[in-house]
Design a binder for this molecule. Structure first.
Ligand code: RIB
Length: 298
């Protein structure tokens, strides 16, 4: 079973600070290193490290950040033959991580902005045969829509960040995966009320036309709405040091297990454990477990 991720590749520039600066304030931090990130690349690496065959459709720039941005994709064995090198900068994320583990992320799309309908169309040969295509919100909306159009297998969408994508393409998601904040924004985008409890949001997304929904709740686990059932899944309790990319590890691990034949509830249970593992280590991709790593228990 194979998976295709159509999405972003970033170089993550991370600075660790005691607390986040307020506007106009200068603070001293540590770190300043570049590690591999980007929601598409993160999700591809998370699934590949667990043993899934993954092909990535995306783009890097022709600058020095392209190498660190793709280093762990290569190491994890992700097929990069459908990643274009374009005359632009590689996507860049400027991340601050505070001592309490909270982060802020600013993204310069760079080459990711070139992953439009035309670009995705050039890689139809990677998208169409995949059993599962996983999409996020860090590429242009027409690239997203083209990928959905080309998909013959299952479409899984983690619309992070929430961007305005065509409604009919978005509703093909099975499941739609979002955190509470994103779920509220997606509902608003669909012209519906984006407030309420996680259960309210999930039910409203189903009413809007999604066949299944996975709502991630951070350390509180996840809610899975599939096959007429709403199931809450607990996350293992761990000491978080850095939550950057934890949602991406969940998405990659979830799809890995779906392709192994798990139900959505079982896949989400496993993905919560992978997400919990990832927050105990710094960085996005560098924090993801491999097949041999022991995962925390809920
Ligand atoms: O979800 C985390 C990711 O968001 C980071 O790796 C960063 O690159 C941004 O895309």
């Amino acid at each position: 079973m194979s998976m295709c991720v159509v999405g972003s590749i970033n170089a993550d520039l991370t600075v660790n600070v005691e607390r986040h600066p307020t506007p106009g304030e200068t603070l001293l931090g540590t770190g300043g290193g570049i590690t591999a990130g980007g929601k598409g690349a993160n999700q591809a690496v998370a699934a590949a490290k667990l043993g899934t065959d993954v092909v990535l459709v995306g783009a890097t720039g022709s600058d020095a950040n392209a190498a660190p941005a793709t280093a762990l994709l290569r190491e994890a064995g992700v097929d990069l033959t459908h990643v274009e090198e374009v005359a632009d900068v590689t996507g860049l994320a400027v991340i601050t991580v505070a001592a309490n583990g909270e982060n802020t992320v600013l993204v310069v799309p760079g080459a990711n902005a070139r992953v439009d309908a035309e670009c995705v169309g050039r890689h139809a040969g990677a998208v169409a045969p995949a059993d599962l295509v996983l999409l996020q919100g860090e590429i242009p909306a027409d690239g997203f829509a083209r990928a959905v159009e080309l998909t013959r297998g299952r479409v899984v969408v983690n619309l992070a960040p929430v961007v305005d994508v065509p409604r009919e393409a978005l509703l093909k998601a099975d499941p739609l995966m979002a955190n509470e904040h994103e779920a509220g924004l997606i509902l608003q985008q669909l012209g519906l009320d984006g407030t309420g409890t996680p259960e309210d949001l999930t039910r409203r997304l189903l009413e809007a036309g999604f066949s299944s929904v996975v709502l991630t709740l951070g350390s509180a686990g996840a809610l899975v709405a599939a096959e007429g059932e709403l199931t809450h899944i607990d996350s293992p309790k761990v000491e978080a040091v850095d939550t950057v990319g934890a949602g991406d590890s969940f998405a990659g691990a979830f799809c890995h297990r779906l392709l192994e034949g798990d139900s959505m509830v079982d896949a989400a249970r496993f993905a919560c454990r992978v997400g919990a593992f990832s927050v105990t280590r710094p960085g996005a991709q560098p924090s993801y477990p491999g097949e041999a790593d022991a995962l925390p228990e809920a």
